[in-house]
Ligand binder design. Sequence first.
Ligand code: PMP
Length: 329
Amino acid sequence: MRYYDNVVDLIGNTPLVRLRNVTAGPAMVLAKVEYLNPGGSVKDRIALRMVEAAEKAGLLRPGGTIVEPTSGNTGVGLALVAQLRGYRCVFVCPDKVSEDKRNVLKAYGAEVVVCPTAVAPEDSRSYYNVSDRLANEIPGAWKPDQYSNPNNPRSHYETTGPEIWEQTEGRITHFVAGVGTGGTISGIGRYLKEVSGGKVRIIGADPEGSVYSGGSGRPYLVEGVGEDFWPVTYDRGICDEIIEVSDKDSFLFTRRLAREEGLLVGGSCGMAAVAAARVAEAAGPDAVVVVLLPDGGRGYLSKIFDDGWMARYGFLSAEGAEATVAELL
Ligand code: PMP
């Protein structure tokens, strides 16, 4: 019989898919499709590695509770692993996270606490502070803290990086990813630089207004990426270049990925793909650009994929939305 012992064994080993329609120029652009992880995002990888390390260190014991500030994806990964091992989960989300995403966490049996987005990180209502308080008050609580846990970048150093190197047979020349906690780009970037002797160029993609591209943390709408502080998990020496992408470009490109490539993915994927397309346009014919797409698009149907929502924020003209409907009739 051919089967997996449990759903956690499905984490990792995601495929690379060539982008053919949304990029210009002779360079090859390959997308690492992370929504094919069982929890639907790249975050399954760090969840598993962080829980295993906490169990080994005695920080998480039978009957314990996992408390984490998460925009949704890390929560799904943690909930999925926690289910199988009998832990309770309490997640703290900023209010900009879509209701769909919060409901997914609840569906996995997690409890969800919602906090305001538009307050400073040091504010007692910020999702960082609320999660700290809960972690201190709940007996047997363990806070993975994806923003400072070395097992976050380590999971990518040990799995995602080697997968990309093997899948491209060492021919990768550029790696592009969005930066949130920085775990993805720091872990993969370090592995690829080591294994290639520094030849692979590492490019971060960042929302306009976030600290990584020189901003102050001004609010932007793209979810899961950008920060208003410098997390420990981000290696400030890893990126050779940071490309800043507007919400509008990120969301329009996200829609193109669905329509032109058949990849229904999230807004941070569109953001990273915009950066990858810019890199590919400037690169030569031998370039192999790998872009990591962190999650799927189903959690954003009432936002990025909704014409009315896009028009309300000025990302799509009302005429544009109507023209699309007219085309279909
Ligand atoms: N995109 C999405 C949708 C995410 O949830 C995250 C994680 N915050 C990222 C991108 C960024 O990944 P990382 O935290 O590893 O930098």
